[in-house]
Design a protein around this ligand. Structure first.
Ligand SMILES: Cc1ncc(COP(=O)(O)O)c(C=O)c1O
Length: 389
C-alpha cells in the first residue's frame, strides 16, 4: 500500500503550480528587488505580485503584508514589536493552548519588558470572552490568541474577542497560521490589528510567511539592516519563497469554499470509523467549531507514541501533537490546558488532512488502525504518564 500522509498541520507538500512558479523564479534572471536596473525592477514586480496575491487571499491591503521567514518570526515580530512601541504598557494576554512561537517568546522576555496573563480554556478548548474582559488592564499592550489550534483545530471566536480588544483600545494579534487557507479568513473583515500566516501550511515552501499589520499600527523593526519591507524586516528577500507563497495563497483561497466541506466529510468518516473500532476513544476539541481538516483523539489506556510508531511502520503518518513536540517527554500542553490528565493527553493522536487527501487514505487508515488498536490493547501498551518519550 502507498504511504498515507495525515500530518498536514505539521506541513504540506509543495503544490505543482507553486513548484512551477518558484522554478521560473529560481532559474530566471538574477534580480535583487532593491536594485535600480531592469533586473531589480522585474524582481520587485514579482515580489509585489506575490504581495497582492497574499493580500487578496487574506482580505487585506497589499500595504498590510510584511513578508517574514514564517509564522514563528511573524509571531515574534508582533509581540516584540508591539511591546517596544509601547514601553509604558508591558502587559500581554494570551492563552494556555497557544503555539510555542507565542508562549516561548513571551517566556523569553524579561519581566521588565513583559508581564503575561495566560487565559485558561474550557474542556473543549474555547476561550471564554468574559475571561478576556476581566484580564484586560489599563497597561495591557497586546492580546495575542490563535485563530485555530494546531493540535485540535478548535477555532476562536475572533469577532467577539477582537471586539472586546477594540472597545478597550488594546491591539489584537492573531496567530492565523493554521486557519489561513483552510477556512475563510478576512483580516479587514475582523477586528484585528496583526495576524501571522505561514506558507508551508498551505502548499507553499517552508521558510516564508507574513505578518499582516493593519495600516496605522506602528511596529519597530526587531532586526537591523537595509530598508526592505518598509525597514521593519530588513534583509534581501527570499524571492522564490515569496513567489511560491503568493501562488499557494491564491490557490488555497480560491479552493477553500469547496475544500473545507470535502475535507470535513473525510475527517468525519475517519472519526466515525475510529469511534466504531475503539468505542472508548474521545474526540478532543469543540466538534462543532473546528478546522475541517483536523481530528484529535484520545485512546484511553493506550500510549499515543506507541500508536504513532505502529502506524508509521504500516506507512501511516500522524502526529501526537505539535510537530516540534514529537519526541519530547512532555504531554501536550494543549490537551493538558483543556483539563486532560497527563495519561489522557499521552494517549492522543492528531490526524490532519490536506488538499491531496482522498477517500482511499481514509479507507486505508481504517483498515490498519483497528488492527493496531486491538494488538496494543491486548499487549497492554499503557501510557507511562510521561506522554511522548
Ligand atoms: C499555530 C502555529 N503558529 C505558528 C507556527 C510556526 O509557523 P512556522 O513553521 O512557519 O514558523 C505553527 C507551525 O506549526 C503553528 O501551527
Amino acid at each position: 500500500m502507498d504511504p498515507i500522509y495525515l500530518d498536514y498541520n505539521a506541513t504540506t507538500p509543495v503544490r505543482p503550480e507553486v513548484v512551477r512558479a518558484m522554478t521560473a523564479c529560481l532559474s530566471g534572471p538574477p534580480g535583487n528587488p532593491s536594485s535600480q536596473h531592469r533586473f531589480g525592477r522585474e524582481a520587485r514586480a514579482a515580489r509585489e505580485r506575490a504581495r497582492s496575491q497574499v493580500a487578496r487571499a487574506a482580505g487585506c491591503r497589499p500595504s498590510e503584508v510584511l513578508f517574514t521567514s514564517g509564522g514563528t518570526e511573524a509571531d515574534n515580530l508582533a509581540i516584540r514589536g508591539v511591546l517596544e512601541a509601547s514601553p509604558e504598557r508591558r502587559h500581554v494576554i494570551t492563552a494556555s493552548t497557544e503555539h510555542e512561537a507565542i508562549l516561548h517568546t513571551l517566556g523569553a522576555l524579561s519581566p521588565t519588558r513583559a508581564e503575561t496573563t495566560i487565559l485558561p480554556v474550557d474542556e473543549d478548548g474555547r476561550i471564554r470572552p468574559s475571561d478576556l474582559e476581566s484580564a484586560l488592564r489599563p497597561d495591557t499592550a497586546l492580546v495575542t490568541l490563535m485563530g485555530a489550534n494546531n493540535e485540535t483545530g478548535v477555532l476562536a471566536d475572533l469577532a467577539t474577542l477582537g471586539a472586546i480588544c477594540r472597545q478597550r483600545q488594546v491591539l489584537f494579534h492573531v496567530d492565523a497560521v493554521q486557519m489561513f487557507g483552510k477556512v475563510p479568513f478576512s483580516f479587514s473583515g475582523l477586528p484585528l490589528d496583526l495576524a501571522s500566516i505561514s506558507s508551508h501550511k498551505i502548499g507553499g515552501p517552508k521558510g516564508v510567511g507574513a505578518l499582516l499589520v493593519r495600516d496605522g499600527v506602528s511596529l519597530p523593526a526587531q532586526q537591523t539592516g537595509g530598508g526592505q519591507e518598509r525597514g521593519i524586516r530588513p534583509g534581501t528577500e527570499n524571492l522564490p519563497g515569496i513567489v511560491g507563497f503568493g501562488e499557494a495563497a491564491e490557490l488555497a483561497a480560491g479552493e477553500v469554499a469547496s475544500e473545507a466541506p470535502r475535507l470535513a466529510a473525510l475527517r468525519d468518516r475517519l472519526e466515525q470509523g475510529i469511534l466504531q473500532a475503539f468505542p472508548a476513544a474521545q474526540v478532543n476539541g469543540d466538534r462543532g467549531n473546528r478546522l475541517p481538516n483536523t481530528c484529535n483523539v484520545s485512546f484511553p489506556g493506550l500510549d499515543g507514541e506507541s500508536l504513532l510508531i505502529a502506524l508509521d511502520l504500516e506507512g501511516v503518518a500522524v502526529s501526537t501533537g505539535a510537530a516540534c513536540q514529537a519526541g519530547a517527554a512532555e504531554p501536550s500542553h494543549v490537551l493538558m490546558g483543556m483539563g486532560r490528565s497527563a495519561a489522557q493527553a499521552g494517549s492522543s493522536l492528531r490526524f490532519s488532512l490536506g488538499t491531496p487527501s482522498r477517500d482511499s487514505d481514509i479507507v486505508g487508515v481504517l483498515e490498519i488502525l483497528p488492527r493496531i488498536l486491538s494488538r496494543l490493547s491486548a499487549t497492554g501498551s499503557a501510557p507511562s504518564g510521561q506522554g511522548h518519550l
